[in-house]
Design a binder for this molecule. Structure first.
Ligand code: GLU
Length: 392
């Protein structure tokens, strides 16, 4: 009896695995600082929780339409109009069990076996595995060289290219694709009739007066090939509720709904009511969270700048830092997995190895942890790096 080749070819989610391991150590009484999984440490806002409680007591506990309730899809349409000036009908929107399901069902809907999907490195861990599960082939691309010269972007296309994944702001680098380059990329995709999968999960987490745009807003042509992926998880600190959404061409959304109908039926009815409250109420909770993240980012950047052998750019979005640490590699620390393993073992600090994002020279911190934990975490990190840089 064997496991299918398709599933055998994928690994577990490194972000979830490391976080769960670190949380287990913590539960056993170990003094572990977890700066691993991208999960806001803030509680879900009260008014969102109240909407869920109300849903339970009013008996809103049955199946909904596979694509989500009309009221929530209407609210999503309102959000897309408000934030990005985009018009979507209800048939062009689907509510999913988190951004991950939206993304996965998008890949399943558009990929045939052997179709290629261009993904920029560093990439979020699940893109690669989801593409492979859907029968596709990830083609890794270098974003900076494409931004410098769009001819480089064109080089990654072949007659098998079916889609390009954009994630701006990016997990793990926090990088925001400059609007002019993004516009050019989407123009190239439109000309080649290749789908754009735009993962906009971190759109609200932006700093220093920068802004992020959806490629669907560049032109009608760009909109016609773009599948927007978004979620409530990060924006409203609702990771466990599992609600996300996608907006895109009616044919794709119809296919995604059909898959979902056979797969999870619908996103949790109660969580959909909570998500509705999130969209329809004041957005102050988001603003407060973003302000706190900015202060944490600045603090961490300052601390990291003083650590020998560590180089970290200033990200303008998301809530991650992705420093290069390979200057500290030696026969004592061989790669990012080893680095993070030893950091956890010796200093009880959990972060994610860059190899999970396709860049073994780096590691990823999240600053979705309390300031107190961040301060302690930075002390431990500095001590660890000093130890290994002196031992070389
Ligand atoms: N997206 C978050 C992260 O990258 C949560 C974990 C996951 O879904 O991978 O840490």
């Amino acid at each position: 009896m064997t496991i299918s080749e398709r599933v055998n070819s994928i690994g577990e989610s490194i972000t979830l695995a490391i976080t769960s391991n670190a949380k287990k150590m913590k539960a056993l009484g170990e003094d572990v600082i977890v700066m691993a999984s991208g999960e806001p440490d803030f509680d879900t806002p009260e008014h969102i929780k109240e909407a869920a409680v109300k849903a339970i007591y009013s008996g809103f506990t049955k199946y909904t339409a596979a694509a989500g309730t009309e009221e929530l899809r209407n609210a999503v349409a309102g959000k897309l109009k408000r934030d990005s000036g985009l018009d979507y009908s209800l048939k062009e929107i689907i509510v999913t069990a988190g951004g991950k399901q939206a993304l996965f069902n998008a890949f399943l809907s558009i990929l045939n076996d052997g179709d290629e999907v261009i993904v920029f490195r560093p990439y979020w861990v699940s893109y690669i595995e989801q593409i492979k599960l859907a029968g596709g082939k990830p083609v890794l691309a270098d974003l900076s060289s494409c931004i410098q010269n769009p001819d480089n972007f064109e080089k990654y296309f072949s007659h098998k290219t079916k889609a390009v994944v954009f994630n701006s702001p990016s997990n793990p680098s926090g990088e925001i694709i400059p609007e002019n380059a993004f516009r050019l990329f989407s123009h190239i995709c439109a000309e080649k009739r290749v789908y754009i999968i735009s993962d906009e999960v971190y759109e609200k987490f932006i700093y220093d007066g920068t802004y992020s745009v959806s490629p669907a807003s560049f032109s009608e042509q760009a909109k016609s090939i773009t599948i927007i992926i978004n979620a409530f998880s990060k924006t409203y600190s609702m990771t466990g509720w599992r609600v996300g959404f996608a907006a895109g061409p009616e044919s794709v959304i119809k296919a995604m709904s059909a898959i979902q109908g056979h797969q999870t039926s619908n996103a949790c009815s109660i969580a959909q009511k909570a998500a509705l409250a999130a969209l329809e109420s004041s957005q102050d909770c988001v603003t407060k969270m973003v302000e706190a993240f900015k202060a944490r980012r600045d603090y961490m950047l300052e601390r990291l700048s003083r650590v020998p052998g560590v180089v970290c750019g200033k990200p303008q979005g998301a809530f991650y830092l992705f420093p290069k640490v390979s200057a500290l590699y030696s026969d004592r620390i061989t790669d990012s997995l080893d680095f993070c393993g030893k950091l956890l073992e010796e200093e009880k600090l959990a972060v994610i190895p860059g190899v999970g994002f396709g860049m073994d020279s780096h590691i990823r911190f999240t600053y979705s942890a309390s300031m107190e934990d961040i301060e302690k975490g930075m002390d431990r990190f500095e001590r660890f790096c000093n130890k290994y840089s002196n031992s070389k």
